[in-house]
Design a protein around this ligand. Structure first.
Ligand code: DX5
Ligand code: ZN
Length: 219
């Protein structure tokens, strides 16, 4: 399933573009939150989720590329977030934050890890999460190139998910386009964050989403 990242959208028309991408048939919106500390860029806060909440019924999944995600969870949930994704890099033992998101806040929880973190690091937590996000770029900016070594990492993650929690989604994020989505999909990913490939598509949003979806295989 394609998870459009609004980071790449024209913010002067954000609501309109989210409606357009919903009409194109995606099943979630990916909100890339950056704090300028965990990543070298500053993007958006809960106010954007609040603004989008009345615009779409789709689940809003918030990718917290921030040093201290715990500080922001309640604010994003109040604003209307449905899934909260935190990075293993800042929570080597995420059990408490997983518990808080799932039980305390009653929301879905995802764990993300960067291209230089061993895939095995996520293994102990797979049965407790709804989504594992294998970054295919170093986070911070849209429009980067897919790191080729990601394909083998996705396959490694798929084997672990099948072993521990087949219902856990495998999401990839960064440089996903018509050339790289078949690689990531065949390797085992089933959710694909795409910013530039959707909101920057010359052929328009609807056909870009359709084309990307057609290039994926079922898991
Ligand atoms: C991390 C961000 C980006 C973005 C997707 O930097 O999470 O990966 O969403 O960027 P594109 O699809 O434009 O490569
Ligand atoms: Zn993201």
């Amino acid at each position: 399933m394609i998870a459009p990242s609004i980071l790449a959208a024209d913010f002067s028309r954000l609501g309109e573009l989210v409606r357009e991408v919903e009409a194109a048939g995606v099943n979630r919106i990916h909100v890339d939150v950056m704090d300028g500390h965990f990543v070298p860029n500053l993007s958006m806060g809960a106010v954007v989720v609040k603004g989008l909440r009345p615009v779409t019924k789709l689940p809003l999944e918030v990718h917290l590329m921030v040093q201290d995600p715990g500080k922001f969870l309640d604010g994003f949930v109040k604003a209307g977030a449905d899934t909260l994704i935190v990075h293993l890099e800042v929570h080597p033992d995420p059990r408490a934050i997983i518990e808080h998101i799932r039980r305390g806040l009653g929301k879905k929880v995802g764990l993300a890890f960067n291209p230089d973190m061993a895939v095995a690091k996520i293994e102990p937590f797979l049965r407790d999460i709804d989504l594992a996000l294998c970054m295919t770029v170093f986070p911070g900016f849209g429009g980067q190139a897919y790191i080729p070594e990601s394909t083998a990492r996705i396959a490694e993650l798929r084997a672990l998910v099948q072993k521990h929690n087949p219902a856990c989604e495998i999401e990839v994020d960064g440089g996903i386009d018509d050339a790289t989505i078949p690689l990531a999909s065949k390797a085992g990913a089933n959710v694909f964050v795409a910013g530039t490939a959707v909101f920057g598509a010359k052929q328009g949003i609807a056909s870009a989403v359709k084309e990307l979806q057609q290039l994926t295989v079922k898991w």
